[in-house]
Design a protein around this ligand. Structure first.
Ligand SMILES: C[S@@+](CC[C@H](N)C(=O)[O-])C[C@H]1O[C@@H](n2cnc3c(N)ncnc32)[C@H](O)[C@@H]1O
Length: 276
């Protein structure tokens, strides 16, 4: 989306403070201009915090570098683009804790957005590779420098076997319209004893189509969990979307079609040929 001229003027005004996760405009604006600025900042995922000590639009991710690049391009991604809802900081901590990331673990974030999770993972010593479809968000991920590798591509089009080794951990908050496809595809990038933690639409808990019911069976079989998240989990990102948290632990011999499982296939086929 192109910034309206008045909004661009306000956001590039030297008095406007854009720092960490906040945008603060410490000067008076005409009502119509204020409304336009407010609309754009909310579309970018911000939330107005009117408390006296804040009085700023607050984001669930680091807006500083992101905004610099958007303003330079004159364009911004709306949170409706490709199902983009940044994961709020409290939930990031919960996800990364549950994934049990240890220093040196390789971690895949296959729908990484503007990096709400990558910084936390890197701060725990995780070696993060990120994939993001949106070019602007991929650029931000590169600029933030938390990741070993950033791929600006469609994750679903990546072949797991193009990656030499599976990942120890996968953390993700994929677009909800086809989130289960993203999760099933991500399992192909995980080591046999890896762990995958994903935020998903709450529909994962009750959808009755074959793919979802089969998946719930596998989750139960491997000792995984699907936990309902509180309804306001994404409120700070400006949405009331109902979500759940999936915990999927792998182990050797499980039914999960992990990266190791995929690697074993050709050898099993060879054996089968010999036996035949
Ligand atoms: C719900 S947002 C989550 C962003 C980030 N993981 C976070 O936690 O804040 C989903 C992200 O997935 C990206 N996305 C959508 N489809 C994708 C695809 N096929 N491959 C890679 N990324 C995709 C969107 O552009 C968006 O940034």
């Amino acid at each position: 989306m192109i910034f309206p001229t008045d909004v661009l003027t306000v956001l590039t005004d030297q008095r406007t403070e854009i720092q960490h996760d906040q945008v603060r405009i410490p000067f008076e604006l005409d009502r119509p201009v204020y409304e336009q600025v407010d609309k754009v900042l909310k579309e970018m995922g911000g939330r107005w915090d009117g408390r006296k000590k804040v009085r700023a639009h607050v984001f669930a991710y680091r807006i500083e570098e992101f905004m610099r690049q958007c303003l330079a391009a004159g364009e911004y991604p709306s949170r409706y683009d490709q199902g983009w809802y940044a994961t709020p900081p409290a939930l990031v901590t919960q996800i990364v804790d549950q994934a049990g990331i240890r220093a040196g673990d390789t971690v895949l974030e296959p729908s990484a957005g503007a990096g709400a999770m990558t910084a936390d993972i890197a701060s725990r010593g995780g070696v993060v590779d990120a994939v993001e479809l949106d070019e602007r968000r991929a650029e931000i991920l590169r600029a933030q420098g938390d990741c070993r590798k950033v791929q600006n591509t469609d994750f679903l089009a990546l072949d797991p076997l193009d990656t030499e080794e599976g990942y120890d951990r996968i953390v993700m908050n994929p677009p909800f319209n086809n989130g289960l496809d993203h999760i099933l595809h991500a399992v192909g990038f995980m080591k046999d004893d890896g762990v995958l933690v994903a935020v998903m639409s709450q529909g994962l808990m009750w959808w009755s189509d074959r793919k979802t019911t089969d998946f719930r069976e596998v989750v139960e079989e491997v000792g995984g969990e699907i936990e309902r998240l509180p309804e306001d989990s994404f409120a700070v990102s400006g949405t009331n979307v109902r979500t759940c948290l999936l915990f999927l632990p792998g182990y050797a011999g499980s039914r999960l079609r992990t990266h190791d499982w995929l690697l074993r296939q050709p050898r099993q086929l060879d054996l089968f040929d010999v036996a035949a």
